[in-house]
Design a protein around this ligand. Structure first.
Ligand code: MLC
Ligand code: AMP
Length: 505
């Protein structure tokens, strides 16, 4: 029985004692050992009653076991729903309820806070800690290391990734086996990955970049990963001599450049550095080349589409551009008002079509229809331009979005919370330049008549409700928000006013 995603990424490595995961404690898991671990978790998950198509929500720290849980879901036909470890209980509640997840797996430190949610949803909660221990691992430990892979079609769902929306409500992007597999296979060729590659994996595994781009490509190529819990510049430098490739968000590269020990000698043997998830400043690209002799390969992707464009592997990698549409993927620049394709060179919204484009938003047909055209083109919300040589540049966003250190933050969600605070009449949340995170969050508050908002109390409330990465790093109070004649808040004026709050001294 076939399960294309499992067979192509995982199952084909059965019996292979080649290295797959080099772990922080110095141990190595081979591909075969990883598959045996996967089978145990697949039994554990199905013993808990999950059936093909059911969702499993996992808010767990990065570990070999966490990755095996993803593989186990693929093997059992269960839809994997990974969650940012920074989310607070109210945020997790939304994802679990909205997705109708049948099982919630979390870190031990969160179990007490999340048990009421599991109870109210009538679902099981199991623990998986960052060191691989926990009740789910206890369940798995006594189960067979052989699991009969569940048959799936290439069009069946493999994962849900939630992406926030301009209305403040997150949407579950439904990704099929084909979305993930077609992109991984194509990128193996495009970026010339082989079984000899060792990827320095320092990204989180709850997003497209770390879970699908980095991991699926390595699996499809049969290579290995130095699998670290998180990015730490000094640790990355100590591991680089063992790696051939690295993928990261721009913050990784600016932090590496801040390290005096990061130089051409250290990176001479490296084959490829890839950047994405947020704009890489041309200045970082240039400094990186000056320091190391490597030209970072910048690519452009999204949760809903996996990877859309890439600079060439062989050929000119141009700073400030995201390269060309990837093989099999169509891209056009359209007029946001009419949807008509614009002549080459003009700025418009980026639309993409191909096997990478998701199947829609879970139980939100109206949102799906707004962004995914009937002809298969997905409206990304990014604004771009194609130059005479065909290189694409992202010049802005047609959506109110802040990207901080590679994490997306939708202002609306924070504004809704700020508007509810005592003494606040209304608010606007903006992104301003930040030397480390690229952009960071500033909350602009208008007091209710005669009131003086208590900024500390507001900050405390924000801390209870939202993941740390979404917190405004500064709250400022203004008399009124600038509005255009239509009454729309002119955030560009606020960005002009507060844009240098985090400028280096
Ligand atoms: C952590 N913090 C952040 C943050 N990450 N705040 C804002 N933005 C972020 N990205 C918080 C911490 O909790 C901490 O809170 C404080 O900020 C400073 O912490 P730090 O030690 O500097 O952060 P660190 O743990 O080192 O994390 C920074 C980071 C991490 C850049 C290494 O954010 C990261 O790994 N980002 C990668 C995101 C990613 O994978 N994106 C891909 C999305 S997929 P306190 O309380 O101590 O102040 C996608 C599609 C595509 O977009 O195209 O790929
Ligand atoms: P996400 O929804 O987390 O998948 O983030 C996708 C968004 O990240 C895209 O719509 C872009 O706005 C942004 N993005 C991804 N890669 C790049 C890049 N190389 N340059 C600029 N923006 C990027």
């Amino acid at each position: 029985m076939a399960n294309p995603l499992y067979d192509s990424l995982f199952g084909r490595h059965a019996g292979q004692d080649t290295p797959f995961l080099h772990l922080p404690d110095g141990s190595t898991l081979t591909h075969d050992q990883f598959l045996r671990m996967t089978a145990r978790y697949a039994h554990a998950v199905t013993d808990l009653g999950l059936r093909p198509g059911d969702r499993l929500a996992a808010q767990v720290d990065k570990s070999a076991q966490a990755l095996a849980l993803y593989a186990a879901c693929v093997q059992a036909g269960v839809v994997f729903l990974p969650l940012n470890t920074g989310y607070m209980a109210p945020e997790v509640t939304y994802f679990v309820e909205n997705s109708g997840a049948r099982l919630l797996v979390c870190d031990g430190s969160k179990a007490e806070a999340l048990q009421p949610l599991a109870t109210s949803c009538g679902i099981a909660l199991r623990v998986l800690n960052g060191d691989g221990t926990g009740s789910l691992s206890d369940d798995a430990a006594i189960l067979s290391e052989h699991f009969d892979t569940v048959a799936r079609n290439i069009s069946d769902l493999a994962a849900f990734l939630y992406t926030s929306g301009t209305t403040g409500r997150s949407k579950g992007a439904m990704l099929t086996q084909d979305n993930l597999l077609s992109n991984a296979r194509m990128l193996v060729d495009y970026w010339q990955f082989t079984a000899d590659d060792v990827l320095l994996h320092v990204l989180p595994i709850f997003h497209t970049h770390g879970l699908f781009v980095a991991t699926n490509i390595t699996l499809a190529a049969g290579g290995a990963m130095l699998f670290e819990p998180k990015f730490d510049a000094a640790r990355a430098i100590s591991l680089l001599p063992r790696a051939t490739t690295m993928m990261g968000v721009p913050t990784f590269y600016t932090r590496l450049l801040d390290e005096p020990g990061f130089d051409a000698d250290l990176t001479r043997h490296m084959r490829l550095f890839v950047s994405g998830s947020a704009p890489l400043l041309a200045e970082t690209h240039v400094s990186f080349e000056a320091r190391t002799g490597h030209r970072i390969l910048e690519r452009y992707g999204m949760t809903e589409t996996n990877m859309n464009t890439s600079n060439p592997y062989d050929g000119d990698r141009r700073a400030g551009t995201v390269g060309f549409p990837l093989p099999g993927i169509e891209l056009k620049i359209t007029d946001p008002a009419t949807g008509a394709e614009l002549p080459q060179g003009e700025i418009g919204q980026i639309e993409v079509r191909g096997p990478n484009v998701f199947a829609g938003y879970w139980q939100m047909p109206e949102k799906t229809a707004e962004e995914l055209r009937a002809d298969g083109f997905f409206i990304t919300g990014d604004l771009g331009q194609i130059d005479a040589d065909g290189y694409i540049s992202i010049v802005g966003r047609n959506k109110d979005l802040i990207i901080s250190g590679g994490y997306n933050i939708y202002p609306k969600e924070i504004e809704l919370l700020l508007d509810d605070q005592p003494g606040v009449l209304e608010s606007a949340v903006i992104g301003v330049p930040h030397p480390d995170f690229g952009e960071t969050v500033v909350g602009v508050l208008v007091p209710a008549q005669g009131a003086t908002p208590d900024l500390e109390a507001i900050d405390a409330q924000v801390r209870q409700s939202l993941a740390r990465f979404k917190h405004p790093r500064k709250l400022v109070v203004v008399g009124e928000l600038p509005r255009n004649t239509m009454g729309k808040v002119q955030k560009n004026l606020l960005r002009d006013e507060f844009g240098d709050l985090f400028a280096p001294a």
